[in-house]
Structure formats: C-alpha cells, structure tokens
Ligand binder design. Structure first.
Ligand SMILES: Nc1nc2c(ncn2[C@@H]2O[C@H](COP(=O)(O)OP(=O)(O)O)[C@@H](O)[C@H]2O)c(=O)[nH]1
Ligand SMILES: [Mg+2]
Length: 294
C-alpha cells in the first residue's frame, strides 16, 4: 500500500484546479480564466486498490494586496508542509520575461526535502515543435525529479503524470475512507459552484471582490433541496452589474449554478440568489472567517 500527500502549486491560471479535478474525476475545485479563482486549499482524494493519493490544490502564488490575499498565501505555505511530493504546474505559453517569476515562486517554497514534479500544462494550445525549447528553459528552474508535458483540459499525458505521482508516494496506510473525494463540505462546494458562474459571467474588476455564502440549505421531505445563497460584492455599483438589466445576469448565474449543483447533489434544487454589498470585505478579518476561510 502506498499513500501520501501531494501539494499542487504554481502561479495563478496555470491550470492547477483543472488538473486536480481531472485526476479525481469530479469538480471539487472550481475553475475560471480569472486569476485567483482558488482561495483556499482543497483536498482531492483518489483511492485505488494499492494506493491513496491525496492532492492539495492551492491558490496561485502571487503578491497579496489585501487580507484575503494574505490568507490565501498562508494556505500555500501550510499546504506545502509535511507533504510527500510537490507538483508544480506551469503554463507552456510562458514568456521568457516570466521565467524569473517562476524561479522566485519555486525558491519561496520550503520543499528542499521532497521530490518535485513539473507539469507543463496546456500543451493542446501549442504545436509540439514549439514545446521543446520551452521544456529546455524550464529544466533550468529547479532540480525536478520529472518533467511531464500535459493537457489538464483534454487529459493528454495525465495517466503518465499520475503514474509518476503514485510512484513517489511512500509506503503507508490510507488516510481517508475509500469513497472520500474531498475535504470540502457540501455547502462549501455549492457556494463555490455559484462563485464560479459569477466569475465566468462577470467582467474584469468585479470577480475578485465576490464572495458567496450559503444562508440556508435544506433538504425537503421529497428529497429536493432548497438553497438560499448570497453573492457579496464590494460596491453598490457592482450590485447592479451582477443583477443585470431586468435581473438577467443574476438569472443566468442562477440557472448555470443550479445545473451544476443538481448534478453534484443528484437531486432537484430550488435556488434563490441575493446580491449583498459588503464594502471592502477583503480586508475584514471577521467576514473572511464567516464565509468559510478557517
Ligand atoms: N487550453 C487549455 N486550457 C486549460 C488547461 N488547463 C486549464 N485551462 C484553463 O486555464 C484557466 C485556468 O484554469 P484553473 O484550473 O482555474 O487554473 P489555476 O488558477 O491554476 O487553478 C481556465 O480557463 C481553464 O479552463 C489546458 O490543459 N488547456
Ligand atoms: Mg485554482
């Protein structure tokens, strides 16, 4: 029996959450094209006959600008304590000018004593020939145990990557029951699905200032769910944008979210969304704690 913890780190948008979801086979971490989508550390567990791989998805490595950012940064460093291996993810479209930032990000992690595997992601977006010089450049960043080009989106080379991760796990017992896929409570996953849709449907400055809180989640006797959720934003003017003309935007966020939530809960869902303003919430410690950051 082999088992262990592998932290997934890298800069924002590299595809860390997409990668973990693909390996786990369920959307336990939300994904968007906006940086800083992942705000906490999220466990994804994959169990087989003779192994248990526990992956820890983390926020992207970036310089924090507020208290929320500082907390996100803390998650990266606690996630990389006591791990058995580190999976570092880089977008293969990296520019030469960004190489130093990767080097800095890697050197900031205290990982000198664990194997580090580099996943070079999004290879579906470049011709194969263009990949070789990129791999060459990345080689020099760190003494990686392995470098695996992958596409987290279409699954290319993920089996190979998975085999390498399993190989570096130490001998040991399982940490979680066989059917565990994540440490995230149901409510948290539901809130995150809603935030994901808001991130997707809203432009530029608003997404980072959004938080979602499940105010009520009740299972009715007939098995369907009643969910009341609040979408928090930082300004009155943002509230109007989130609601949209005639409530159209909020309706869209609701119906896309409901689709995902129903699939996840395996049951019909009645979803009610409210938009609330909480000025500068990203600098309010108590509010940050209230919405689920431990
Ligand atoms: N084309 C392509 N896009 C990807 C791939 N992996 C992730 N993405 C996209 O990159 C964006 C960031 O992904 P996400 O998993 O949230 O990145 P994270 O911030 O590192 O967790 C999303 O729009 C994903 O759909 C990939 O292999 N190929
Ligand atoms: Mg992420």
């Amino acid at each position: 029996m082999k088992s262990g913890f592998v932290a997934i780190t890298g800069r924002p948008n590299a595809g860390k959450s997409t990668l973990m979801n693909h390996i786990i086979g369920e959307k336990v971490a939300i994904v968007s094209s906006k940086p800083q989508t992942t705000r906490t550390k999220i466990l994804g567990v994959k169990t087989g006959e003779d192994y248990q791989l526990v992956m820890i998805d983390t926020p992207g490595i970036h310089k924090p600008h507020n208290k929320l950012g500082k907390r996100m940064e803390k998650y990266i460093y606690t996630a990389t304590e006591d791990i058995d291996a580190l999976l570092y993810v880089v977008d293969c479209n990296i520019k030469d000018s960004e190489i130093d930032a990767e080097k800095e990000a890697l050197s900031g992690l205290k990982i000198s004593d664990v194997p580090v595997i580099l996943a070079v992601n999004k290879i579906d977006t470049v011709p194969k020939l263009q990949l070789l010089p990129v791999l060459d450049k990345l080689k020099g960043l760190y003494d990686f145990n392995d470098i695996v080009p992958i596409s987290a989106q279409n699954g290319e080379n993920l089996e190979e990557l998975f085999d390498k991760l399993r190989d570096v796990l130490p001998e040991g017992p399982k940490f979680f029951p066989d059917d565990t896929i994540t440490d995230q409570p149901e409510r948290q996953i539901v809130a995150e699905y809603i935030r994901e849709k808001a991130l997707r449907l809203l432009n530029r400055e608003i997404p980072h200032g959004i938080a979602v809180e499940i105010e009520r989640m009740k299972k009715r006797p007939n098995g369907t769910y009643e969910i009341l959720a609040a979408i928090y934003c930082e300004k009155q003017s943002h509230k109007g944008i989130i609601i949209g003309k005639g409530g159209e935007k909020l309706k869209q966020i609701g119906s896309l979210s409901r689709h995902d939530i129903e699939r996840f809960l395996g049951s019909k869902v009645y979803l009610e969304l409210w938009v609330r303003v909480k000025e500068d919430w990203r600098n309010r410690e108590n509010f940050i704690s209230d919405i689920g950051f431990e």
